[in-house]
Ligand binder design. Structure first.
Ligand SMILES: [Zn+2]
Ligand SMILES: [Zn+2]
Length: 415
């Protein structure tokens, strides 16, 4: 007799953020991700039941942000890569700092973070683990950021949980490939949106824009996510000859990346890129950067904190300079306020920004058509759509070749 498979999303199924899911089959119960939705204040998934193991695809806070909280109640093992564990540890500590400085309730302590770190059950890409007699977990690269995983579960059925994934090669990681499965849990961050251009084309346009800004005597400020995007941009800028200054948590993340060369498309190229860049560690360095830099690469990507605000405070009236956004701007973020209204919130005070503001689509997610193509090539009986605020756009095209399930948070679904 086949065991039934049951799952319940604790969050993040009909929105991008705070992703978490419980999956049960036979006597095995697993928790996939336990994220937070960064915001003012951040929001969290529902409470999970006791589980046998936690599976974490990658370090981004919408997947990993609340993992330390789990350790207030009980101990469990976390199956993820060593790289993901190190980076999420860094992000968790930073979350406490942000909560303190913004005055939000702090959901966990530094001790919980330590426990989460020690609970690591390391697995690398393309490895297999057995749980119980009839259950196997296989890992695959998700092509999203260095060290990111897709989990394949092999029991009576083959189940694939994609986490966030990308199918194209970037400077930092290679894209992933479809995996044959019966049930596909598919992320849909970019549902309804296609990436309009090829990566090489966007890179060329980015460099043309920086040329224009530097030629007119301005500085190109690039607010970028500390994990993966800022390192990718450093690699793109490597051969351009610009005077690049690098500030914020991305520097630490870059060092961690270099400890795990197998997860980088070329650790050599990342190392070379970093060697050419001026690292900023102090206010004095920040002052020098605004005098000498062509490009300032800095966190935070959403401009809600981090050194980028001190640079913008200096450059806000400079029409020759430009802010170059390379990631999606979450609604309510400072980056969105800047893009839509030309304003920035400096810790409660809104100010007009005279710099040019431009956006280039450097996504680390599969676009709409790529999601459909990926799903088709996995050949599933059923697709469960998750991690998307626009799932409806995927339902009809997917129904042409498979059953589609769009569960709600808290709903238990039997397969
Ligand atoms: Zn992600
Ligand atoms: Zn995500």
């Amino acid at each position: 007799m086949n065991n039934e498979i049951r799952f319940q999303f604790l969050g993040g199924v009909e929105e991008v953020g705070r992703l978490s899911m419980v999956l049960e089959t036979g006597d095995i119960r697993l928790l996939f991700e336990y994220g937070m939705k960064p915001g003012k204040p951040p929001s969290f998934p529902l409470r999970p039941p006791e589980v046998d193991m936690v599976l974490l695809t990658h370090a981004h806070l919408d997947h990993s942000g609340m993992i330390p909280w789990l350790f207030q109640k009980s101990d469990q093992e976390i199956l993820t890569t060593r790289l993901t564990s190190e980076i999420s540890n860094l992000l968790h500590k930073d979350s406490i700092k942000i909560a303190k400085s913004e005055g939000y309730a702090i959901p966990y302590s530094n001790d919980d973070i330590k426990e989460a770190k020690h609970a690591l059950k390391p697995i690398e890409q393309d490895q297999t683990r057995n749980i119980g007699d009839n259950f196997e977990i296989k890992t695959h690269s998700a092509g999203h950021i260095p060290g990111s995983l897709m989990f394949e579960l092999i029991c009576d059925k083959k189940i694939l949980f994609t986490g966030d994934f990308n199918v194209i090669d970037t400077h930092i990681v290679k894209g992933t490939n479809p995996i044959n499965c019966d049930i596909l849990f598919l992320e849909g961050t970019y549902a309804g949106r296609d990436h309009p251009k090829k990566r090489e084309e966007i890179e060329r346009e980015l460099i043309d824009k920086i040329d224009e800004v530097v030629t007119r005597g301005g500085i190109a400020v690039m607010p970028a996510f500390a994990v993966s995007r800022s390192q990718e941009l450093a690699m793109i800028l490597r051969k351009t000859g610009y005077n690049v200054w690098f500030d914020g948590m991305g520097k630490k993340v870059a060092k961690i990346f270099l400890k795990y060369p197998r997860y980088l498309r070329s650790s050599e190229n990342l190392r070379k890129a970093l060697n050419k860049i001026n690292m900023v560690h102090s206010d004095h360095g920040r002052k020098l950067a605004t005098q000498k830099a062509d490009v300032i690469l800095t966190s935070s990507g959403m401009m809600d904190g981090g050194p980028v605000l001190s640079y913008m405070n200096k450059l806000k009236d400079d029409k020759k300079s430009a802010v170059i956004l390379t990631g999606y701007q979450v609604p309510d973020s400072n980056a969105r306020l800047l893009f839509d209204k030309g304003m920035l919130d400096f810790y409660g005070v809104h100010e007009k920004i005279s710099c040019e503001v431009v956006y280039f689509d450097f996504s680390a997610h599969a676009g709409h058509s790529e999601l459909i193509d990926f799903a088709r090539k996995c050949g599933p009986e059923k697709v469960v759509l998750m991690h998307s605020d626009n799932r409806e756009t995927l339902v009809e095209p997917l129904k042409e070749f498979t059953d589609v399930i769009t569960p709600l948070t808290g709903e238990t679904v039997e397969l």
